[in-house]
Write a protein that binds this ligand. Sequence first.
Ligand SMILES: Cc1ncc(COP(=O)(O)O)c(C=O)c1O
Length: 397
Amino acid sequence: MTQSGMFDYSNLFASNAPTSTRSENLHAKYDFAVAYPDPDTLPLNELIDSLKIAIDREGRDLAYYPSPLGLPALRQLVSDKLARDRDIHVPAEDIVLTSGSGEAILMLIQALTNPGDVVLTEEYVYSGTLRQMKLFGSDVRSVPCDDDGLIPEALEDVIRKAESENKPIKYLYTIPCFQNPLGWTMSLDRRKNILEITRSHGIPILEDDCYVDLRFEGEDITSIHSLDDTGQVMYVGSFSKIVAPGMRLGYLVAPQEVRQRALSFKAGAANQFAALAVQEYLSSHLYSHIDDHNQALRLKRDAMVSALGENFGDAAEWTVPSGGLYIWMTMPEGTDLAAFQQQAFDEGVGYQNGTMFSPEGTGANCARLCFGHPDTKTITDGIAELANIMGRHGIIK
Ligand SMILES: Cc1ncc(COP(=O)(O)O)c(C=O)c1O
């Protein structure tokens, strides 16, 4: 008991359970921080209709605990989609549905790493994965990137350094399409190159393709998985970006041995109720919905790029992605957007500064601006407001 008479847990926690809490997501008036889709683009009526059809047909099966692999019909849909869109040919039996791709990544981290193991990733990377890697004690090392993705020579340097320290490298995690947060898509040559380099050092790749469908310009580039026939590439995807994050559905493709080990870290089957709705909905609306969604995203990207041009001029540089949800803004060295983030939020504009995505905590002069959630007018007004706030506080001279 504590002095206050309450039960004392303080000596019971696992050594890797952080003391920091994860709180409710707070939203600024102009919210460019979150990676959400626009609620107006969610196909709510169609999802209700689809759910009704699926429940009429199979609702009684909800009385059973589902297979840990997840709803077979949705796994079949994933198998067909991967073959068609990503040149990945795996039967439905080899696909595991997960509670978002986040769970798939977490299962792999748990199955593959011991504390202290080196894992490689891009120089700025999805903060959710980074957090999980660190929670399980990974020694996360970043690889410099340019507009085509990971730089092969830099990758070799980072690998050689870890090898010279006798540190095992467990995997390379990459987000090759519309990278979060940097926005680039890895070129085909780079994909081949990266595969070759990692193969020659015996390092597997974890390919996170969760943004691949959000392309509103240019041609698709084939998956890294499709370039490999040795089982070197593990692959995760998500329904969060093409249906809704609230559905909590994603999937994992990996060689049998890896899948089996990863499955032992899975708490239960993916939500069968959500899977029924998504399967029924996507069986007839997959590509029409993606097209509608991407048209809306393109307008939002354009609105953000114009607003940045009008309000920031040469005070910052920013990327112009061909898909995905993010623009990466870079301000001159020495600008501290990390320190300024709370102030900007309090005055109405949310963004995430670069340090939140960096394994080494660098990038305070950078920010990720997400254009997925707000409408175009809100984007235009919000970027102007961000420039105003920065002007008032002397960030922009
Ligand atoms: C690159 C990347 N991977 C995985 C996820 C996890 O998404 P979910 O668990 O919703 O599928 C996200 C979420 O934003 C992401 O950006």
